[in-house]
Design a protein around this ligand. Structure first.
Ligand code: C5P
Length: 249
């Protein structure tokens, strides 16, 4: 993993066998896979290891958010699993993110492992301006995303998760050496039915998101709910390739 516009397939399932099956089908067609809370809470580190045994780089999206000491402890537990990327909530604050980074550095050093990239979740795409105000945060969402991205960078995070519509504005703020991990991506041909899901409102196509400057595109149902998951992933790869002018994965 390393260049712009790479696809991480979100394996959103509680079934280890289903996730392994998807991973085998996607071998060579995506840059990595994402495992989230649903999978990890159901299957724990043992289930996780079944997926990492497929050889895919793993984005472990647990969105950690707690006091610094607890998050540092969580990082000590996670680093040995060797995810390539993991998430903490940027809203947890500067000290919490710094503690995550320090703990990851120390643990990786001690075990002689590569440190996972840590990315901060900015504002969940399920929240709008009114929701922000209701929890005492200052809207508009775009400003809060920027604020949290800059805080994440100050804390030593490697990047942030943001919506596809925030890519250009954030790139201008944070420069090129900061990872933008972007869900909410829909190819034109997956805008309806099971592949669309219906809960992603502010979407962009893979080509547009890659061209705008996303490093990683997190794409679930357009791939996993396709009749042929591998064919769908390859098609997405070709669209990205056409948009940015080189093969991403
Ligand atoms: O199936 P779909 O392509 O919508 O999956 C997107 C993935 O990205 C899901 O695993 C979802 O949890 C995740 N995600 C998201 N919006 C965010 C953060 C993560 O959709 N703001």
């Amino acid at each position: 993993m390393g260049s712009k516009g790479q696809v991480l397939a979100a394996l959103d399932t509680v079934s280890v066998n289903e996730a392994v099956d998807w991973a085998h089908r996607l071998d060579g067609a995506v840059a990595g896979v994402k495992l989230g809370l649903e999978f990890f809470l159901a299957n724990g580190p043992l289930g996780y290891r079944r997926i990492s045994a497929t050889g895919f780089p793993i984005f472990l999206d647990l969105k950690l958010h707690d006091i610094p000491n607890t998050v540092a402890g969580a990082l000590r537990a996670i680093v040995p699993l060797q995810p390539t990327i993991l998430t903490v909530h940027a809203g947890g604050g500067l000290a919490m993110m710094q503690a995550a980074r320090e703990s990851a550095d120390e643990t990786a050093d001690k075990l002689k492992l590569r440190r996972p990239k840590i990315v901060g979740v900015t504002v969940l795409t399920s929240l709008d301006d009114q929701d922000l105000a209701a929890v005492g945060q200052t809207p508009p969402v775009a400003d809060q995303v920027k604020r949290l991205a800059l805080l994440a960078r100050t804390a030593g995070m490697d990047g942030v998760v943001c919506s596809p519509h925030e890519i250009e504005a954030l790139r201008r703020e944070v420069g090129n050496d900061f990872l933008l991990v972007v869900p909410g991506v829909r190819p034109h041909w997956a805008e309806s039915g099971k592949q669309a899901g219906g809960d992603q409102k502010r979407v962009r196509t893979p080509g547009d998101a890659a061209k705008a400057g996303a490093d990683y595109l997190v794409i679930g149902r357009p791939i996993t709910m396709a009749e042929d998951a591998r064919e769908a992933a390859c098609r997405i790869g070709l669209e990205i390739d056409a948009a940015i002018g080189h093969a991403p994965n």
